[in-house]
Design a protein around this ligand. Structure first.
Ligand code: ZN
Length: 445
């Protein structure tokens, strides 16, 4: 309907305005009801509710006004909000099965493209990349008894977008209360929340961090379309299995399924788990398809070269791509003694990188040139957890892709990583080794 707006005669406009005002009032009323119910202390429902099914997605309109409609199988509590820079519209849903084609929703009106996927904590998210700043003129859910979400976007300005507030819609009183309670627990992966940490002084804690996930697919193979998020999840699972099998380590993962976990949350998980080592797993891609092999990154304020700087920019964009507003990327470190901790942590990160490089040189393939690079990667910024990021290979290279998607190769690489991790902790005097924060007579974290 909005697609034909240009052709609508002037005298019909007032009627359309009345309709829009009515829709806005309906949206505001819905919001009011939701807020009242959420503070009313209704009992939470069981988490075993079946996932919502998202059956279709339509985008209509032009560069001034765009209408998005999302067909759900029922009325559920959800949240709609915009992010100003770059301009995006985000729809947060409970756990959802997306039953429409991957090419839905892009390239019309104010919507340049759309992505969707699972989020940590049994939730889902749709991100619409907007071609221009826009604000929500109206949003309704479940009118006429259908589970249809309709969002009308009007072209707007960045300041107006910044001032806009999230809109909550839909759901019975009980499910609404559940969502409200879950808000306090944002970004916490359900798997970790369910398994409390039991301190085991003689077993070093290793956190494996498979990059990307959910709406953020990472890079992809130009030949087969294989996603980085899938390859690195498989690789991480194999590393976790191999480390656990030794019985020498307590192993945790920042994600174990196809969900997006914000970068700051990944760092927080490593710190909460009192990790002695964080290994973040990624895969790279290059315009030059002949480039192949692994690269190991450690954190540094100054990138070691232009390639390292470009890679950090690409990996750090994950939060923005998935519609997460970046929190302060630095750790909260108030004490000057923390400088000592940071220095110690970085020294241990370099040792871990060297150990991994050594093993990789023997059993894998490193990228030509300098295989150890440094850059300001957000996920490596825990001030008291030695952290390395591995780009295990290039999805733009056919041979590398073949290896990375092979269980035998992953097993071999995981085995050599175990050897590298063993050496790292041996050098640090395990058992009974000092943690990074204590080694330099620094304040404990
Ligand atoms: Zn990546």
């Amino acid at each position: 309907m909005f697609g034909r707006e240009g052709g609508i005669a002037g005298e019909k406009r007032p009627l359309r305005r009345v309709a829009l005002v009515a829709t806005v009032i309906a949206a505001v009323l819905t919001l009011g009801v939701v807020v009242r119910v959420a503070t009313g202390g209704a009992s939470p429902v069981a988490a075993a509710t079946a996932p919502v099914e998202a059956r279709d997605l339509h985008v209509d309109g032009d560069a001034r006004r765009t209408r998005i409609s999302l067909d759900l199988d029922r009325d559920v509590p959800l949240q709609v909000f915009t992010i100003a820079e770059p301009p995006r519209l985000v729809v947060d849903l409970p756990e959802t099965r997306f039953a429409f084609a991957a090419d839905r929703g892009g390239g019309r009106g104010l919507v340049a493209s759309a992505r969707w996927g699972a989020e940590a904590g049994a939730r889902a998210r749709i991100v619409f990349d907007l071609s221009d700043p826009a604000e929500i003129a109206a949003a309704t859910l479940g009118e006429d008894g259908l589970g249809r979400l309709v969002v009308v976007l009007d072209r707007s300005t960045v300041p107006a977008m910044r001032a806009a507030r999230p809109l909550r819609l839909g759901g019975g009183p009980e499910t609404t209360a559940t969502i409200a309670a879950a808000k306090g627990d944002r970004d916490r992966p359900a798997a970790l929340a369910a398994t409390p940490h039991a301190p085991q002084p003689n077993r070093p804690v290793v956190v494996i961090d498979p990059g990307h996930g959910g709406v953020d697919v990472g890079t992809r193979s130009p030949a087969t379309g294989t996603f980085e998020k899938t390859v690195v999840l498989d690789m991480a699972a194999e590393i976790e299995r191999a480390l656990e099998a030794t019985g020498r380590y307590e192993v945790h993962a920042t994600r174990t399924e196809d969900v997006y976990v914000p970068l700051g949350r990944r760092v927080a998980i490593a710190r909460e788990m009192k990790a002695d080592l964080l290994i973040s797993i990624h895969a790279d891609a290059e315009y030059d398809h002949s480039v192949r092999g692994a690269t190991i990154y450690t954190v540094s304020e100054r990138p070691s070269d232009a390639k390292a700087a470009a890679l950090a920019a690409k990996e750090n964009a994950a939060d923005a791509l998935s519609g997460h507003v970046a929190a302060d990327e630095r750790d909260e470190v108030g004490d000057i003694l923390a400088d000592l901790t940071i220095r110690e942590t970085r020294r241990f990160s370099l040792i871990a990188a060297r150990d991994i490089l050594e093993e990789y040189r023997r059993h894998g393939r490193l990228v030509k040139g300098e295989a150890h690079r440094q850059a300001g990667l957000k996920v490596l910024r825990a001030h008291d957890v030695p952290s390395v990021l591995m780009e295990i290979g290039f999805l733009s290279n056919k041979e590398d892709e073949k290896l990375m998607t092979s269980p035998q190769w992953r097993e071999k690489i995981a085995g050599s990583l175990v050897t590298a991790v063993d050496r790292f902790f041996h050098e640090r005097g395990v058992p009974g080794m000092a943690r990074a924060g204590e080694a330099g007579a620094a304040a404990s974290p």
